[in-house]
Design a protein around this ligand. Structure first.
Ligand code: SF4
Length: 459
């Protein structure tokens, strides 16, 4: 057990969040080793049984790879926390320092990120930063490989990269792999020091602050932190980072399907919209147990990774998962739609988000090259950032928002029960209006919100 994983001490477990369907707890198990996020099938079954006993039976894996249990009360959340504690599950506490879901077992990773991640955790603790930073401040240490952390945002990110002096870490701040601002490329010790210095600067700005609030002067001082003379390749590596073309070939990939490891494959199975009833998770974990899976890891991108089962068990496990309603293919249309619980699960919801999402998936809207967001209300829980198209529940039904967040004023409305038909019409128009080489998102922007809303509302 590392310095930051104490039983039952997860702040999210002891301080659940209020949502429209009761209290929600979030936990990040670290049972399988530092930051691997792994649980044995037996432990996952027991956690899911606890969720069934004390919550409303809905479990989620988030875009960051956290496990969430919904529908709790103050009393039942305390009982759940006690049961998780009694199961001996070590949970992550303190500032999240995240690694990829295959960290340490992926033969294709550029470097095993776990040691550097642990050293950063210890340095954060030693510097007394854990209590001075806000709960959403996060660090990513990405060793690259088959399931890189490109799409996950962080205040500080360290990405393994090959340079002419060996493997080093590209340090950047505030964003995902594409949007973060690159600072420098450094070996392990200075990379850790720069990461902690950046966090210290964030802490000095207060608990609401993030790395995006650092001034240009502070960023320049962080970039010049090390006395080390950059090798000639460094400017090219940083330029590659700024262009979103990482060295090492790491590309964003959904954690769904088979991923070859040294001795076996990891099998990724997705949760539709990141959510599944606990009894179905129990059913899948029981099959995994029978098929000799030894570890189930939570993966950013709303999936579970099954490890340890023999190669000939993977097809059986996929068959069981598909029959239970899980996602077994990265091309499943449901992977292109972000949808919150909506009505009836969430009291704030104004539309039946999951029904609408299923209808949209059935209409073949998956051919669009952007993620569609279906939100029960303007809070936008499932996709807080802007999306090319957002359906948002309100007094007038399902509003359509173009290139903005769920909080924006919709450009047009349609009754919730009929919203999928409107989206289907928009998708058809985009497909026919798209110029050669133009993306769907660019075509949508060119057509403009008013024209898109008109198509959406057409009978
Ligand atoms: S966005 Fe969805 S889950 Fe969040 S409060 Fe609104 S209806 Fe509930």
């Amino acid at each position: 057990m590392n310095a930051f994983s104490r039983r039952g001490a997860c702040p999210a477990l002891s301080a659940p969040m209020q949502t429209g369907d009761g209290l929600l707890v979030r936990l990040n198990p670290v049972a399988g080793g530092p930051s691997s996020g792994g649980l044995s099938p037996k432990l996952l079954i027991e956690v899911a049984e606890s969720a069934l006993r004390h919550g409303n039976g809905i479990m989620e894996v988030t875009a960051r790879g956290s496990l969430q249990i919904r529908g709790l009360t103050t009393e039942s959340a305390a009982l759940l926390a006690a049961e998780v504690d009694a199961l001996g599950i070590a949970v992550r506490t303190g500032v999240p320092v995240e690694t990829g879901p295959l960290a340490g077992v992926d033969p294709k990773e550029i470097a095993d990120p776990r040691r550097l991640a642990e050293r950063i955790r210890v340095a954060i603790e030693d510097a007394g930063l854990a209590t001075r930073l806000g709960p959403k401040v996060a660090v990513i240490v990405d060793g690259g490989g088959q399931l890189a952390m490109d799409a996950v945002t962080a205040d500080v990110r360290l990405v393994a990269t090959r340079t002419d002096v060996g493997i080093q870490w590209c340090v950047s701040v505030a964003g995902d792999r594409q949007t973060a601002r690159p600072l420098t490329v450094a070996s392990e010790d200075p990379a850790r020091d720069i990461a902690v210095a950046a966090l210290r600067m964030v802490a000095e700005k207060g608990r609401e602050a993030h790395a995006r609030d650092l001034s240009d002067r502070q960023l320049v001082s962080l970039a010049g932190w090390q006395s080390f003379t950059p090798p000639s390749a460094v400017p090219d590596i940083l330029a590659g980072e700024m262009a979103g073309t990482p060295e090492g070939g790491a590309t964003e990939r959904l954690p769904i399907g088979l991923f070859p490891l040294s001795r076996f494959h990891a099998l990724g199975i997705g949760l539709p919209y990141g959510s599944m009833p606990a009894d179905k998770i129990i059913g899948l974990a029981k099959s995994a147990l029978a098929l000799s899976t030894t570890e189930i890891r939570l993966a950013p991108g709303r999936a579970l990774l099954f490890l340890g089962q023999p190669a000939d068990a993977n097809q059986s496990l996929q068959d069981v998962a598909a029959a239970l309603g899980f996602i077994i293919s990265p091309t499943d249309p449901r992977t292109r739609i972000a949808a919150c619980p909506g009505t009836p699960a969430c009291a704030s919801g104004r539309i039946a988000t999951r029904d609408i999402a299923e209808a949209i998936a059935a209409e073949g809207v998956d051919s669009l090259d952007f993620t569609l967001h279906v939100s029960g209300c303007a809070k936008g829980c499932a996709h807080p950032g802007p999306a090319a198209l957002t359906l948002v529940g309100g007094e007038n039904g399902a509003g359509l928002v173009v290139n903005a967040t769920a909080k924006a004023l919709p450009a047009g409305y349609r009754p919730g029960y009929d919203a999928a038909r409107g989206i289907s019409r928009v998708a058809a128009v985009i497909r026919s209006a798209r110029s050669q080489g133009e993306t769907d998102a660019a075509c949508l922007t060119r057509l403009g919100a008013a024209a898109i809303a008109e198509m959406y509302q057409q009978e």
